[in-house]
Design a protein around this ligand. Structure first.
Ligand code: FES
Ligand SMILES: [Fe+2]
Length: 410
């Protein structure tokens, strides 16, 4: 498969080739259906296991989509569990710190305490309660599982599928990828953006815009004379997930400061334009074994993109707050810097990435304004915008299938 081949879309006749309605990107009624069918049923990533390496370690995670707070804690048995951060006395938030280490969580309101397994273990002046059944008053459990160090939750207490089954081939193909298993330095960015969550995902999963929108930043590392329009190597739909695999520009020459940073780096940078060895990679990384490969964009339905490249990965996660607003979070992971020079190289990588994302975001809020006023009621997708066409298809199919199952169960 060469990067100049086309007709990726025709390989998936169920997707069609026509324009798609923009209604699903702004209508509040559809957004409510998405929350019920997708965000209440799908597995959602809330962090990484290395945030809580030892028994007693915990972090809290706000889920802005539902204004929920979740505690993830590693128990004495080493198992990661998650709970709603809601005291069963009168509903207060039990743990207000973002992370820490403890034996029990003590509610700051009246001091009820819960162990790492979420059981209610302490009630001040308990004898003045009537018939308090402590064993029924634990913190509400949230379905939790881990995959390659990523901590996932499911807001359905009885998920329809295990995490492994849900992640399917996309998950199993990435298992064993080295950077998931290294001690790494984490960095993160977050922003509240006036755009639908799906448009935010779309902006990170097509490359057609790269030579134009990112001409002053990352364009040259991907698009060169051999690939002027930013075509992808391939797009692999893996319902409900999807992935796109990308080639780098082998002729890329970094700017002077970039060159210095890359030379000092303890590891690869996302904008280095280089392609990596195809050896020792799991089957799902550089799946076509293209020698020009530089990055894969793995989209875990519904809201996370795991971007993997030679020796590194980073993630984007989108948390919708309403039909036209999303909280975007980017988490990156770099090898620990051994000295100040490597630290400089890492700072360079982080700001390069941040600046490229800001270029994306600048276009998005105008798109949201336009579609929600009926000024662009259809999107027409290029063959290499197949990941976008596929998202439109999967979201509609997932919502409709879920509603059919609900109706059948009534
Ligand atoms: S609400 Fe938590 S102890 Fe009262
Ligand atoms: Fe972009």
């Amino acid at each position: 498969m060469s990067m100049t081949d086309t007709d990726l879309t025709l390989r998936h006749p169920e997707l069609g080739t026509g324009p798609v309605s923009t209604d699903v990107y702004w209508k509040p009624e559809f957004y409510e259906r998405e929350l019920r069918a997708i965000f209440r049923q799908g597995w959602l990533c809330i962090g990484r296991e290395e945030q809580i390496p030892e028994p007693g370690d915990f972090f809290t995670k706000e889920i802005p989509t539902f204004r929920l707070s979740v505690i993830a804690a590693r128990g004495k048995d080493g198992v990661v569990r998650a709970f709603h951060n809601v005291c069963q006395h009168r509903g207060a938030g039990v743990e207000l710190r973002e992370k820490g280490h403890c034996k029990v969580f003590t509610c700051p309101f009246h001091g009820w305490s819960y162990n790492l397994e979420g059981e209610l273990t302490g009630v001040p002046d308990q004898k003045a309660f009537y018939d308090l059944q402590r064993d029924k008053k634990g913190l509400p459990r949230v379905a939790t599982d881990t995959w390659e160090g990523f901590v996932f939750i499911n807001l359905n207490p009885e998920p329809a599928q295990s995490l492994a089954a849900y992640l399917g081939d996309l998950g199993s193909g990435l298992e064993g990828f080295g950077p998931f298993h290294r001690e790494t330095t984490a960095f993160e960015y977050e922003a509240r953006i006036q755009v639908n969550w799906k448009l935010m995902l779309d902006s990170f999963t097509e490359i057609y815009h790269v030579p134009v929108l990112h001409k002053r930043s990352v364009a040259a590392s991907i698009c060169g004379p051999k690939n002027p329009y930013g075509r992808v190597i391939d797009v692999l739909p893996k319902y409900p997930h999807r992935m796109a695999t990308l080639a780098g520009n082998p002729e890329y020459r970094p700017f002077p400061v970039q060159g210095l940073a890359y030379g000092l780096s303890a590891g690869p940078s996302v904008t280095s334009g280089g392609s990596g060895s195809t050896e020792d990679l799991p089957v799902g990384v550089n799946p076509t074994r293209d020698p020009l490969w530089t990055l894969d964009l793995n989209v875990f339905f519904p809201n996370m993109i795991v971007i993997v490249g030679p020796g590194m990965y980073f993630t984007h996660t989108m948390w919708p707050t309403h039909a036209g607003e999303t909280i975007w979070q980017m988490h990156g992971h770099l090898p620990p810097a051994a000295n100040a020079a490597q630290r400089f190289a890492q700072e360079n990588a982080m700001v390069e990435l941040r600046d490229a994302v800001m270029e994306d975001v600048n276009t998005l809020e105008r798109i949201q304004n336009a579609i929600s006023q009926g000024l662009c009621d259809e999107f027409v997708f290029h063959d290499h915008e197949l990941t976008l066409r596929y998202q439109h298809y999967t979201v509609l199919k997932w919502v409709e299938d879920f509603e059919k199952r609900l109706d059948a169960g009534r």
